[in-house]
Design a protein around this ligand. Structure first.
Ligand SMILES: [Cu+2]
Length: 104
């Protein structure tokens, strides 16, 4: 399995584990703000996963398309993708391993 797939799989499994925890909290009638806090953490994990997928896409599919002279096509596709997933461009507190903000 390629290293990016392993990273994505691990992050998704972590998010799933977190989500299972939230389901248990709801079943146990936990305090609402505590549930919201955990949901925000799950969302952060999913956003971080999306960034790994996005970075991998840039390094592989996009780079290859540009080598093949399909720059306009691949850029159009990227612009379309970012319309529904703009969060992929910003770091989230759930993913401090990505480095300081001034690296971007
Ligand atoms: Cu790709």
């Amino acid at each position: 399995m390629p290293v990016h797939d392993i990273q994505v799989t691990n992050r998704l499994k972590t998010a799933r584990g977190h989500l299972d925890g939230v389901l248990r909290m709801v079943a146990d009638d936990a305090y609402c703000p505590d549930i919201m806090k955990q949901l925000a953490a799950v969302q952060g994990l999913l956003e971080a996963t999306s960034r790994v997928v996005f970075r991998n896409h840039l390094e592989t599919c996009v780079a290859e398309a540009m080598r093949q002279g399909r720059t306009e096509e691949i850029v159009d596709e990227l612009m379309e993708t970012l319309k529904y997933d703009r969060r992929v461009l910003r770091p989230t507190p759930a993913d401090p391993a990505e480095g300081s903000p001034d690296e971007h």
